[in-house]
Design a protein around this ligand. Sequence first.
Ligand code: IPD
Ligand code: CA
Ligand code: CA
Length: 266
Amino acid sequence: MHPMLNIAVRAARSAGTVISRAFEQQDRIEVNTKGTHDFVTNIDNNAEQAIIDTIKKSYPKHTIISEECGEIKGEDNDYQWVIDPLDGTTNFVKGIPHFCVSIALKVKGKLDQAVIYDPMRGELFTASRGKGAQLNGFRIRVKQHKELDGTILATGFPFKQKQHTDAYMNMFKTLFMKTADMRRAGSAALDLAYVAAGRVDGFFELGLKPWDTAAGELLVIEAGGLVTDLSGGHNHIASGNIVAASARLLKEIVQDIRPHLTHNLK
Ligand code: IPD
Ligand code: CA
Ligand code: CA
């Protein structure tokens, strides 16, 4: 295992321990609201601290970009860790056991290492650039569907940007009519990991942040899939609007989404 992936795994597991212990003692979770329908808990912060401590111990000069504490600029900006300490906070707060820790390392702007860890199921998704993607050490691959018929797509609703509801629902309807079914499980990072593992056939969502998608993007690519914005282009990090699937299926999804793109989503 690449030494930096090894550190990412150590960091994800220690955050996972913080999260799963807290999940058993719901009364100790302190919930705050940081934006519209956007929760943060003391556990998001504790898990984040566990990750940062682990990374800083081995790589004190690297830059860290993490959801709750923002950017901690290091002396060496070539190495950037992009962290979501708890993806699926709403599930966590509601007692739904579906959430994860997401950690990616970018080297000179390119995704290089990725870990997504589901502490409730003990599932560790990992990827290293050029080396494929694994679930608990076993190789995973994106399902190579050629058409939407019979597929399951994961998605997330635009609950923080309800101005996009009509556009989103139109996309959803067009795709839903062609697929077997849809899933809205509540963790974008796990949605991407599940695309990589072939558990779902594709994923689309609007308005995500870099820490929601960084690790999942490398997992999907290393598992033989593609990640783009809603037009099939490369603007998904800046826009936060993302599609992931096999190349053939992604082409179909993008074609179906295109007629519903409003000016702000193009
Ligand atoms: C959220 C989850 C959710 C997605 C939201 C994200 P958080 O992340 O990934 O599935 O629909 O847009 O913000 O806030 O739980 O880290
Ligand atoms: Ca997130
Ligand atoms: Ca989060």
